[in-house]
Design a binder for this molecule. Structure first.
Ligand SMILES: *Cc1c(COP(=O)(O)O)cnc(C)c1O
Length: 371
């Protein structure tokens, strides 16, 4: 009997492979003496904008701040409602609350776990100002349909693309479709730094201008602060590291998709729900998430075998105590509530190898008594 220790995401292995290249780029920054808003960040902003297909990219401190500043750039605040998904990381809704607006949750599709765009109509009120679609786990929301609704109702759209850099729908990249797109470079994201980082991308000159102002204390000119802003930049060391990693992103994406195909094939006859990639979409598998009724049992079985797995997310946002005041209660958003108790992310990262994946697959089959 072999026993392997397999983390959900193997960052150590990735860092080891890139260590020399990263050291060289860190030296470059150290020698420059410029640590905030220098050439590395400027170049990285251009590289991400061109990768995503937008005119502008603005480096910021993290993905949450990217969302907050994009909302501020659209003048969203107290009295406004912003529609988002209840099945996502807290920051998608937290950013809305942070600017004083009210999050409104629309249930998800049980297939992709993304916002069910057909249910948007019922959530729109005269106070609705914007929609934040979340491309969860690396699969995009139906942006074609969402943009039609947004245009018809005159609503702004901020894509939460934190988990979906590189994902596409009809060849359009996540982040490039709405008024703005937000990315996180948190270490475990598909493009992750060695600390916090984020970016807003947009084709709108006015939003580029506003976010650039917000990230330096609301000033366009030093000491001439025009509004209450933030101190939220992507620092030079992170930008330098991310520039190294960006060169590997497409290759990593292919590996993620390759590993996902193997899981799909090997697990297809088990009583578990596999991730779906709809036609015309490209899933970038930030997480490989399966669904089953025995979720908790399977999770502890796998953990006992040394396999890292995790629940994203155990509580849909409308059931968090902090949002009890919004008045949703249990039973209102059934698909999100169902996903919260049935889904489990299993190891998948570009560094996962054949032996490890086979061990994960065999262990899952064992749990179901198939092997
Ligand atoms: C990671 C993440 C964020 C927040 O990004 P940070 O860089 O951690 O602030 C927001 N939304 C989603 C969907 C995320 O996965």
């Amino acid at each position: 009997m072999i026993y392997l220790n397999i983390p959900l995401v193997n960052l150590k292995r990735q860092s080891d492979r890139l260590r020399d290249e990263i050291h060289a780029s860190l030296d470059r920054v150290i020698d420059s003496g410029q640590f905030i808003m220098g050439d590395e960040e400027k170049t990285f902003e251009k590289e991400i904008a061109s990768f995503v297909g937008t005119t502008y990219g603005i480096g910021v401190g993290n993905g949450t701040d990217a969302l907050i500043m994009a909302l501020r750039a659209l003048n969203i605040g107290p009295g406004d409602e912003v529609i988002t998904s209840p099945f996502t990381f807290f920051a998608s809704a937290e950013s809305i609350s942070s600017v004083g607006a009210t999050p409104v949750f629309v249930d998800i599709s049980p297939d992709t776990y993304c916002m069910d765009v057909d249910m948007l109509y019922d959530a729109i009120t005269p106070r609705t100002k914007a929609i934040i679609p979340v491309h969860i786990f690396g699969h995009m929301v139906d942006m074609k349909k969402l943009m039609e609704i947004a245009k018809a109702r005159n609503l702004a759209v901020i894509e939460d693309a934190c988990q979906a850099i590189g994902a596409t729908q009809d060849c359009m990249r996540a982040g490039a479709i709405g008024d703005a797109g937000c990315f996180s470079f948190f270490p475990t994201k598909n493009l992750g730094g060695m600390g916090d980082g984020g970016m807003v991308v947009t084709n709108r000159k006015d939003m580029d201008d506003a976010v650039r102002m917000f990230r330096v204390h609301g000033s366009r000119r030093k000491y001439h602060n025009e509004c209450i802003g933030y101190n939220s930049r992507l620092d030079e060391l992170q930008a330098a590291i991310l520039r190294v990693k960006l060169r590997y992103l497409s290759g990593w994406e292919k590996k993620r998709r390759y590993r996902a195909r193997i899981y799909n094939e090997e697990l297809k006859n088990l009583p578990i729900k596999l991730p779906i990639e709809l036609d015309e979409y490209r899933h970038v598998y930030h997480l490989y998430v399966i669904g089953c009724d025995e979720r908790d049992g399977l999770m502890s079985y796998l953990k006992d075998k040394g396999i890292g797995c995790g629940v994203y997310y155990p509580l849909p946002l409308h059931l968090l105590p902090v949002y009890r005041n919004l008045g949703y209660g249990i039973g209102r958003l059934k698909n999100a509530e169902g996903a919260a108790i049935t889904t489990l992310a299993i190891p998948l990262c570009p560094e996962l190898n054949d032996l490890e994946q086979e061990y994960v697959i065999d262990s899952i089959k064992e749990f179901y008594g198939v092997k």
